[in-house]
Design a protein around this ligand. Structure first.
Ligand SMILES: [Zn+2]
Length: 238
């Protein structure tokens, strides 16, 4: 803006349009200065061309700290992809997901729909990010508490007992705080409540839920023994 103003002034002087510039110059300066002064307070702007970057990991960073028990066959199937979405600030953000290569197309379709509908997604950051580490290990609870969306994580199901589909990169958790896991008196993340009227929350009619189901995924909101509203998974074909 400042550069633009200087160019304008230079052009006016060169053109010797003094009468015009006497009116225009203060106006141009005022606009430039107000824009300049406001830039310090303006919230981050993110557009489709220049999104706010929530995650820009390298392949190495995305898998750093992976549980050594994860078999190489599973690790080799995982892909790190970029996704764009409107975050809760109304700006376009870019984040990353790690998931099984077979499911990349499905998830891209779902994110395209979310972008078209401006469905708010808080952040999409792989669970290996330092913010979601506890004693160096990937921690699902920290990611959930941050309302973060993620996929691959070599871990057991919530409550334990068997490997989760997240361990295969075949499950995605979206907007964890708006869409908690509920079993009996347990609600995760702590302090979350499920209110389908809140933006970013899923119900059976949500276009994103319907799109996942159309693509052959299961939604945790349809389960009867527990509800896992954030959770979508696609088991491998038998
Ligand atoms: Zn999940």
């Amino acid at each position: 803006m400042l550069l633009y103003t200087l160019i304008m002034i230079a052009m006016m002087i060169r053109a010797r349009r003094f009468r015009t510039s006497a009116v225009l110059l203060p106006l141009v300066l005022a606009v430039a200065l107000s824009g300049w002064a406001a830039s310090g307070q303006t919230p981050r702007r993110g557009s489709l061309k220049r999104p706010v970057i929530d995650s820009a990991m390298t392949e190495k960073e995305a898998f750093d700290g992976l549980d050594p028990k994860c078999p190489a066959e599973i690790r080799k199937r995982q892909r790190l992809i970029d996704v764009k979405y409107y975050s809760t600030d109304g700006q376009v953000h870019q984040g990353q997901l790690v998931l099984d290569f077979e499911l990349v197309d499905d998830v891209k379709k779902v994110f395209a729909l979310a972008l078209k509908d401006r469905f708010p997604i808080r952040s999409v950051i792989p669970i290996s990010d330092g913010r979601f580490r506890k004693d160096g290990r990937w921690d699902d609870e920290l990611s959930m508490e941050a309302d973060n969306t993620s996929s691959f994580n070599y871990r057991e199901i919530t409550g334990g007992g068997r490997l989760s589909y997240h361990a295969y990169g075949r499950a995605v958790d979206i907007n964890t705080f708006e869409n908690p896991y509920i079993k009996g008196g347990t609600v995760l993340p702590h302090g979350a409540t499920y209110d389908p009227k809140v933006a970013g929350t899923f119900n059976a009619e949500s276009p994103i839920v319907r799109e996942f189901l159309r693509l052959g995924w299961a939604w945790g909101g349809n389960w009867t023994d527990r509800k896992d509203y954030q959770h979508f998974e696609k088991p491998p074909k038998k």
